[in-house]
Design a binder for this molecule. Structure first.
Ligand code: DOR
Ligand code: ZN
Length: 348
C-alpha cells in the first residue's frame, strides 16, 4: 500500500454510540473515550431515557465511568415516545442536557418497545424541535412485519421520512446508520438540513459476510448489512468529504451469551477499533485526505458545535483486535473483527 504512514487529524467524535449502563457502561465507555472527544449517546436503556432529568442522571453515570483525564464529553439524547412532552424536551435542549432526540419506530430494534407507534403522535414535539433547531435522529426502518428485513430502510424513506421532512421543512434530521444506496441518494437530494451517519461495519461487510461458511452472530445488527452494491455506495458517500455524511459507529455491545444464542440480539461492538477501521477504509479508497472531514468536522458543523481543538495521530502499525472485553460480573463482549490484525493504530 502506498500513501502516508501517519495521519494527524482533529480528534474525532462519534455521532452514534450505545454505552449502556451499570457494569457494561463501565466496561465499554473507556473504549469510546479513547477514540472520541464526544459521543452522541443513544437513549435505549431499560427503562429508556425519556426525560431531561433521566438524561442528566445518565450523563453523570457516564462521566463517572470514564477517567477525567480522557477528556470525554457525552452528548445526551431523548428517547421519544407517543407521550413525550414537548416542553420537557425543549427545556432539556435549552439547558444543554439534550443535544438531540431519537425517534425509534416502536419495535424496530433493541429496546425500542416504548418507541413511537406513528409519527402523527409526535407532531407537537417535532414542531417544537423545528422551532428551536433541535436535531431529530431517526432509526430509519419500518416495522411492518410484511416488509422484508432487507427492504425496511428503503421502504421507510418513502413511507415515513419523505412525508415527515415535507411536513416539517425546517426540522434538522440525521438519518442514522444508513445502509443503502437509496438512502445515500435521498440524503443528498434533501440538502444540508439532512445528515447521515455511516458505521464502519457497514463500510466493511455486506450481507453475504453474515452467512459466509455459517451464521456469524457478531456481524448481525440493525439495520442489517445489505448487498455489496450498497456497501460500495456507502464507501463512496463517506469518502466524498461531503458535509452531509459523518461518522457514527453505532457501537452496540451485548454480552457474548446474548449474541451467541438461539435468538441472538442485534448490535456490533466496534468501539475498541472504530477509528482505526475507518482509517483502513479511507486508505483502501485512497481518500485519507477526506477522513478528517468525515470523522471530525462534518458532525460538529451539522450539530452547530465547534470541532475539537486537540488532534490524534494515526499510524500504520498493525495490531490485533482483542478477542474479548471483560465486564464486571463475569460477562464479556466480543469486538467487531475480534482477533484480526488491522493496519492502523491510534498513537497513545
Ligand atoms: O444493531 C443494533 N443494535 N441496532 C440498533 O438500532 C440498536 C442497537 C442496540 O442498542 O443494540
Ligand atoms: Zn444505534
Amino acid at each position: 500500500m502506498t500513501g502516508p504512514d501517519t495521519l494527524t487529524i482533529r480528534r474525532p467524535d462519534d455521532w452514534h454510540a450505545h454505552l449502556r449502563d451499570g457494569a457494561m457502561l463501565n466496561a465499554v465507555a473507556p473504549y469510546t473515550a479513547r477514540q472520541f472527544g464526544r459521543a452522541i449517546v443513544m437513549p435505549n436503556l431499560v427503562p429508556p431515557v425519556t426525560t431531561a432529568d433521566l438524561a442528566a442522571a445518565y450523563r453523570d453515570r457516564i462521566t463517572a465511568a470514564v477517567p477525567a483525564e480522557m477528556g470525554f464529553t457525552p452528548l445526551m439524547t431523548a428517547y421519544l415516545t407517543d407521550k413525550t412532552d414537548p416542553d420537557d424536551i425543549a427545556r432539556g435542549y435549552g439547558d444543554g442536557v439534550f443535544a438531540a432526540a431519537k425517534l425509534y419506530p416502536a419495535g424496530a430494534t433493541t429496546n425500542s418497545d416504548s418507541g413511537v407507534t406513528g409519527v402523527a403522535n409526535i407532531h407537537g414535539v417535532l414542531e417544537r424541535m423545528e422551532e428551536i433547531g433541535m436535531p431529530l435522529l431517526v432509526h430509519g426502518e419500518v416495522t411492518d412485519p410484511a416488509v422484508d428485513v432487507f427492504d425496511r430502510e428503503h421502504v421507510f424513506i418513502h413511507r415515513v421520512m419523505e412525508p415527515m421532512l415535507d411536513r416539517f421543512p425546517g426540522l434538522k434530521v440525521v438519518f442514522e446508520h444508513i445502509t443503502t444506496s437509496a438512502a445515500v441518494d435521498f440524503v443528498r437530494s434533501r440538502g444540508p438540513r439532512v445528515g447521515a451517519t455511516i458505521t464502519v461495519h457497514h463500510l466493511m461487510i455486506n450481507r453475504t459476510d453474515i452467512f459466509r461458511g455459517g451464521v456469524h452472530p457478531h456481524l448481525y445488527c440493525l439495520p442489517i448489512a445489505k448487498r455489496e452494491q450498497h456497501r460500495l455506495a456507502l464507501r463512496e458517500a463517506a469518502t466524498s468529504g461531503e458535509a452531509q455524511f459523518f461518522l457514527g459507529t453505532d457501537t452496540a455491545p451485548h454480552a457474548v451469551s446474548a449474541k451467541e444464542a438461539a435468538c441472538g440480539c442485534a448490535g456490533i461492538f466496534s468501539a475498541p477499533c472504530a477509528v482505526e477501521l475507518y482509517a483502513q477504509v479511507f486508505d483502501e479508497e485512497c481518500a485519507l485526505d477526506k477522513l478528517e472531514a468525515f470523522a471530525s468536522l462534518n458532525g460538529p458543523a451539522f450539530y452547530g458545535l465547534k470541532p475539537a481543538s486537540e488532534t490524534v495521530t494515526l499510524v500504520r502499525d498493525p495490531w490485533t483486535v482483542p478477542e474479548h472485553v471483560a465486564v464486571d460480573g463475569g460477562a464479556s463482549v466480543k469486538p467487531f473483527l475480534a482477533g484480526m490484525t488491522i493496519p492502523w493504530r491510534i498513537m497513545d
